[in-house]
Design a protein around this ligand. Structure first.
Ligand code: C2E
Ligand code: CA
Ligand code: CA
Length: 638
């Protein structure tokens, strides 16, 4: 039954009930009122009778004489002798003991004598009065007409039915009004619910709704021992399109992507707009094996060319995929792992990746490593190795690069690339660099005291360039160990310098003012412009090992190295080549005019004791004379 009909019926029922209650109350009131009127009339008839009596004549005889003449349908009298407690002959009405008891009981209590009683189906009203100055009572009785009720209804019938009709009409009208109001409220609620759970542009479920759907799908997948694939698709070009062609074009692109995804999945998956430039796809019953197929199908069908306002646009998408139960046990975890997979794909600049725990920065393994690294830095459990740099012109080891090493108590050697990245991401890099600087400068002082005044290079990370205290900390250390500032070289990668050029420039100027050497590390891997480099107060440029490693065999690499050396010299910078693994490369670099050479061919990074032994042989230690290592004596020894 519709809500409208239900409301109408309930309202009519209510109005019928109200009218019925009203009628009953009105009938009862009318009955009581007419009874009262009749009883007053009966009293008046009694009094009228008494007025006709002559006090000088015998009373009873007079009553017995008058009464019969005054009786009619509405007044039937009984003569009662109160002292003898009996009804005397003369009146037309004799109800015997009943009337007698009632009348006498009331006269005894001195109450107004009136009442009613029913015999069979007939109701009688009576009013009794004491004949003045006598023991006689006249009871006047009236047989109430049963037609009273119908008379009442005849009288109130028409206004009652009008009231009934009006109230039914009002009820129906109110019910219809209310039904309309309810319908509008429920439509509004549905609309609000839709808006809260859908993206209004693409009409796809939004992030909140996607979360709920994944939750439900996962519960049913768990119960049925099935799998669930969740995929996030990132539309790379959306921001550029919004910026260059306007938001309307961006909206058109999002709608076109929606249509393509729908065509690709043909109803077999659940598509959503995860937010901004991200779409999501959820496919049930997916095991890892067919995740590959789905990934290919999605990428294949995501045709790169989109036509928007007459422009043919190349739009690239990146996919991240995670699968239940392989990668996650809860909906929230599945979504989070998919986001990690997407993030990894973007970082590796590939089309797509399926979640891989080893690349997850938030995996339990990684968190444990972060915790251990914090302790290792705090307890000074890291070691500092040094890799010599050969000075081509002076034909000796003139400097060393300090490289951090971490031997994990359980996991053994952890590559610096791994723990340095963790330190950079967690902010631990600040205390790590602090420790490296303290250790390296102290070591530099020890070597100096042994007669070998080497330049020590220390690596800085992008995050160190935000440390306002770095300059004063370095200055204090140099002062404390009495080390000349140019004996410390700070290596900063090209990429780190470009992360926040304005900031980097400011800090480099401050460090330069201290007099320390500054070096651009891994040069050639970033995108720094020559114009920018010229503005920096750097002293040397370190060609990245990726160009140096194969330069002996690869003419292209050799050309890049040659051009870089010449560029650095034009800018007034000295050049360090790292990754020199053979004599041929070393000779090539010498011919090119490269000032410093670093690599396994010279020596691998090693602990300070070992390097001390090699650089400063025991007998020479005592003389405290600077040691010069001839080129031919170096190879393979260190
Ligand atoms: P990097 O600054 O480019 O350091 C040079 C890396 O090249 C070192 O790797 C070194 O062992 C390696 N290397 C040197 N010569 C050769 C060679 O002839 N052939 C090859 N294949 N490799 C060579 P390592 O020690 O594994 O360090 C890796 C990276 O970790 C460093 O790259 C640096 O970016 C970072 N790192 C190490 N220690 C520190 C540190 O104390 N602070 C910071 N911020 N980063 C550090
Ligand atoms: Ca370096
Ligand atoms: Ca390097």
């Amino acid at each position: 039954m519709s809500l409208r009909l239900k409301l109408i019926l309930s309202f009519i029922t209510i109005s019928l009930m109200v009218v019925s209650i009203f009628s009953v109350v009105a009938y009862i009131s009318a009955r009581e009122y007419t009874q009262h009127v009749e009883q007053v009339r009966l009293h008046k008839s009694n009094e009228h009778l008494f007025e006709m009596l002559d006090k000088s004549q015998p009373l009873l005889a007079q009553l017995q004489n008058i009464v019969p003449h005054h009786e009619n349908r509405d007044n039937v009298f009984s003569i009662i002798d109160a002292s003898q407690k009996k009804i005397l002959p003369g009146g037309g009405f004799n109800l015997g003991t009943y009337l007698l008891t009632e009348v006498l009981a009331q006269s005894k209590n001195n109450e107004i004598q009136q009442g009613s009683f029913t015999i069979g189906e007939q109701e009688y009203l009576w009013s009794a009065d004491q004949v003045p100055d006598s023991q006689y009572i006249i009871a006047n009785t009236y047989l109430r007409d049963s037609s009273d009720i119908s008379a009442f209804f005849n009288y109130v019938g028409s206004p009652l039915s009008t009231t009934l009709l009006i109230s039914i009409w009002i009820s129906v009208w109110a019910a219809l009004l209310l039904a309309r109001l309810f319908r509008q409220i429920s439509e509004k609620n549905t609309q609000l619910e839709y808006q809260a759970s859908h993206d209004l542009l693409t009409k796809l479920p939004n992030r909140a709704s996607i979360g709920r759907s994944v939750q439900q799908a996962m519960e049913s997948a768990k119960a049925n021992h099935e799998g669930l694939l969740f995929c996030l698709i990132d539309i790379d070009a959306l921001k550029e399109i919004n910026d260059s062609l306007g938001h309307t074009s961006g909206d058109i692109l999002l709608n076109q992507v929606t249509q393509r995804l729908k065509r690709t999945l043909r109803g077999s998956g659940h598509i959503g707009r995860f937010g901004g430039n991200k779409f999501s796809i959820m496919i049930k019953h997916s095991k890892t094996d067919n995740a590959e197929n789905i990934r290919h199908k999605l990428l294949e069908n995501f045709e790169p060319i989109y036509e928007i306002h007459g422009h043919s646009l190349y739009v690239h998408a990146t996919l991240g995929i995670a699968i239940f139960p392989e990668h996650a046990g809860s909906a929230q975890e599945l979504i989070q792992k998919t986001e990690t997979a997407l993030h990894t794909a973007k970082k590796l600049a590939v089309d797509s990746t399926i979640y891989d725990a080893s690349q997850d920065n938030n995996s339990a393994e990684r968190l444990r490593l972060t915790h251990d690294l914090r302790n290792a830095i705090h307890n000074e459990e890291l070691q500092l190795h040094y890799q010599p740099q050969f000075d081509v012109h002076r034909n000796e080891i003139g400097s060393v690069e300090a490289l951090a090493r971490w031997i994990h108590p359980q996991q053994g050697f952890i590559p610096p690339d791994t723990f340095i990245e963790i330190a950079e991401q967690t902010g631990l890099i600040q205390s790590l660099t602090d420790w490296v600087l303290r250790t390296a400068i102290k070591q530099c002082a020890e070597w100096r005291d042994m007669g070998k005044y080497l330049t020590v290079s220390v690596n800085l990370s992008a995050r160190n360039l935000h440390d306002e205290t770095l300059g004063s900390q370095i200055s204090n250390l140099l002062h404390y160990w009495d080390i000349a500032p140019d004996k410390l070289c700070l290596e900063i990668t090209e990429t780190a310098m470009m992360t926040n050029p304005a900031h980097a420039k400011k800090l480099l100027k401050e460090l330069d003012n201290l007099g320390v050497r500054l070096s651009i590390d891994d040069f050639g891997t970033g995108y720094s412009s020559l114009g920018y480099l010229k503005q920096l107060p750097v002293d040397e440029l370190k060609i990245d090992k990726s160009f140096v490693l194969n330069m002996a065999k690869d003419e292209n690499d050799a050309s890049i190295v040659r051009a870089t050396v010449s560029l650095a010299h034009d800018l007034g910078l000295e050049v360090v080549a790292e990754g020199v693994e053979n004599q041929v490369s070393q000779d090539q670099l010498s011919r090119m005019g490269c000032e410093y050479i670093q690599g396994y061919h010279i020596a691998r990074p090693m602990p300070c004791d070992k390097l001390t032994e090699i650089l400063i042989p025991v007998e020479k230690n005592n003389d405290a004379q600077p040691d010069k290592i001839p080129v031919n004596a170096r190879s393979g020894n260190l």
